[in-house]
Design a binder for this molecule. Structure first.
Ligand code: 7TS
Length: 408
């Protein structure tokens, strides 16, 4: 199958040429945020230089141009994830806000004592803390699908945990710590068999592999623009249209209304009903440009490229007797590897790697309960994207050797 032309891609990311003390940057922190290609940067500068205006309300030319671009950005994102149309695509600030939108707008109204929300032990705090707190406020209960020794979901346990008392199943598609790719279509079937909804946290999957919300049959699905070659400040909540029609908004103000009297208000049509106030205009337009950029490369190619790098990193790191790698085997994981070097705290390791201009992340990756299950407070994590190479993984491993020498 065709591979990525990484060298051509790297030319569109000037930041990758940066050097620290004469050593070229190796950027391996893509699960935290990806870099932004020139075509997306140009979209941002073009907007502010040529048609910046407030949207939906103005009747002047600039406002009409900005409004059309902003509204059509919803159409483009809908196409990118296989949604039916802009009515199912709400622009938010990030995945975290998208998860909060579901929990506040749906959860607060629909959950009550005796109701259950089924999560997994590998959820990111954006999902876990959100549902945990909404459950506390509504008297509902959170339950957690356990993981196996290989860091996969225990699907037999999942079938037991989801019952007719379950109102929502909320699962991460690809774990940002383990790299585990969860069977979200199967989990959707399990949820729907019990008349529960499913929310998919797709922060680490929409940017990295083909994702089709209709194939998954997700009721809600959340992701962030900054993890898919787009800017920060833009995220998406996908929701099935009939659910979004029935659901009440939880952010009120301008743009989200059609009619306001002193007594009450009538909501705007979808998706504007959930986009209160001046929206994230430029970022939304830039996200559409990021969708174009990634589709030009091909999501299947991106998926294969990341799988190849993750497998190579997994193999090289597990060759080291004093390195523990977390998550599934090399041939069945998303584009990241979390690990620890015996005797060296992850923060010290990442600091030493930084001395060699290798950028990784260290800490709990906003999955503290998962790290409790793994039996470690922190881990180091290398995560890959379209511009990374095997040579860069060799640089990572060399820097791990340096760290071992330093702490030996
Ligand atoms: C699975 C998952 N869910 C939700 C989020 C939240 O996304 P945000 O709202 O755009 O921040 C992240 C970000 N994960 C990480 C952010 O920094 N390091 C990470 O691993 C994530 O990986």
């Amino acid at each position: 199958a065709e591979t990525l032309d990484v060298e051509r891609i790297r030319e569109e990311f000037p930041i990758l040429e940066r050097e620290f003390d004469g050593t070229q940057l190796v950027y391996l922190d893509n699960a935290a945020t990806t870099q932004t290609p020139e075509p997306v940067v140009e979209t941002i500068t073009d907007y502010y230089r040529n048609y910046n205006a407030n949207v939906h309300r103005g009747i002047h030319q600039l406002s009409q141009e900005a409004s059309i671009a902003y509204e059509e950005a919803h159409d483009r994102v809908a196409e990118f994830i296989g949604a039916d149309g802009r009515e199912e695509v709400i622009f938010t600030k990030n995945t975290t806000e998208s998860m909060n939108l579901v929990a506040y707008a749906w959860g607060l109204n629909e959950l009550g004592p005796g109701d259950e929300v089924v999560l997994t032990e590998m959820e990111h705090h954006a999902s876990l803390v959100t549902w945990q707190q909404i459950a506390k406020r509504t008297g509902a209960e959170c339950k957690y699908i356990p993981i196996t020794d290989e860091g996969r979901l225990d699907m037999e346990a999942a079938k037991e945990l989801v019952t007719d008392d379950t109102e929502m199943v909320s699962v991460v598609h690809v774990s940002n710590t383990l790299g585990t790719i969860n069977p979200v279509s199967e989990l959707a079937d399990i949820a729907h068999d019990h008349d529960a909804y499913i929310t998919v946290d797709a922060a680490q999957s929409v940017p990295n592999r083909p994702v089709d919300v209709t194939e998954i049959d997700a009721d809600f699905l959340a992701f962030s623009g900054h993890k898919m070659a787009g800017p920060t400040g833009i995220g998406v909540l996908y929701g099935k249209q009939h659910i979004l029609e029935e659901m009440e908004p939880y952010l009120y103000g301008g743009d989200m209304i059609l009619k306001v009297t002193f007594e009450d208000s009538k909501w705007n049509e979808l998706p504007w009903k959930y986009e209160a106030g001046t929206p994230i205009i430029c970022q939304g337009i830039a996200l559409a440009a990021a969708c174009d950029y990634l589709d030009d490369i091909g999501m299947e190619r991106i998926e294969r490229h990341e799988a190849e790098l993750a497998a190579y990193a997994y193999e090289r790191l597990t060759e080291e007797d004093d390195v523990e790698v977390y998550g599934p085997p090399a041939d069945d994981r998303g584009g990241l590897v979390a690990f620890n070097l015996e005797g060296v705290h992850a923060h010290d390791l990442s600091s030493i790697l930084n001395d060699s201009a290798v950028a990784i992340r260290a800490g709990d990756h906003c999955t503290q309960p998962l790290h409790d299950v793994l039996g470690t407070a922190a881990s180091a994590r290398a995560s890959f994207y379209i511009y990374n190479t095997k040579d860069e993984i060799d640089r990572l491993v060399e820097a791990v050797h340096d760290a071992r020498q330093l702490f030996a």
